[in-house]
Design a protein around this ligand. Structure first.
Ligand code: PLP
Length: 227
């Protein structure tokens, strides 16, 4: 193993152990939590090393970068699952539906329309999560908490979209716990099981509040390369 490979394998083993421990504390099975390895702005060598560990679930926040990282690689990785965790423009819906297995950032009706049309045209049906802007930050994507119930009802009734869960990115400067608790409550009252929440610095808290998907980048791969 190269130095890079062993370092990444060790980082992943440590994160998986911390996930298992947090799950245990919360009285949940570790298998209930999926590690989404966020490979955005990482080097080819690090991504190859992560694939070599057996990690198969990855997250990317831009369509084009995801294609660069994964279109070729995934031809030999039939069991991999790619999550879109960044905002999606409607004009990229078709490419996103082709490239991703899970789209975590549905947050407006116009995008639902574009996704439904792309799914019909491609015959592909990625899982959908609804992104919620729990901190009501003007610069951040996601539907506002007050609109979540109506939005989900509308997806079900008019677009035949059954979301798998909710996703949030808490404000950087705040305690994440209240945001995770809020997302959990909204998912529960809407009958949704999936909760994509928790990143490198707060995934253990997220697991305590029921996270089913933790999205971890730097704690697995190391610091990102600036764009
Ligand atoms: C980049 C990113 C992550 C990973 O963040 P880290 O702090 O590096 O773990 C998680 N979720 C989203 C939406 C991201 O854009």
């Amino acid at each position: 193993m190269t130095h890079n490979t062993s370092k990444i394998a060790q980082a992943r083993a440590e994160i998986l152990a911390r996930i298992a421990k947090s799950a245990n504390v919360a009285n949940r099975p570790a298998e209930a939590i999926t590690l989404v390895a966020v490979s955005k702005q990482q080097t080819v060598a690090r991504i190859d090393s992560m694939v070599a560990t057996g990690q198969r679930v990855f997250g990317e926040n831009r369509v084009q970068e995801a294609q660069t990282h994964w279109l070729e690689r995934r031809k030999t990785l039939q069991d991999m699952q790619l999550h879109l965790i960044g905002p999606l423009q409607t004009n990229k819906a078709m490419e996103a539906v082709r490239c991703f297995d899970v789209i975590e950032t549905l947050d407006r009706t116009k995008l639902a329309v574009a996704l439904v049309s792309a799914m019909e045209k491609t015959g592909r049906n990625p899982d959908i999560f609804v992104q919620v802007n729990t901190g009501e930050e003007p610069q951040k994507a996601g539907i506002l908490p007050a609109g979540v119930d109506d939005f989900i009802a509308n997806l079900r009734k008019n677009y035949a979209i059954e979301p798998k869960g909710l996703m949030c990115i808490p404000p950087a400067q705040e305690e994440p716990a209240m945001h995770f608790a809020l997302l959990q409550k909204m998912a529960k009252r809407n009958g949704l099981n999936g909760l994509s929440m928790g990143m490198s610095h707060d995934f253990e808290t997220a697991i305590a509040f029921g996270a089913t998907h933790v999205r971890i980048g730097t704690a697995l791969f190391g610091a990102r390369i600036p764009r």
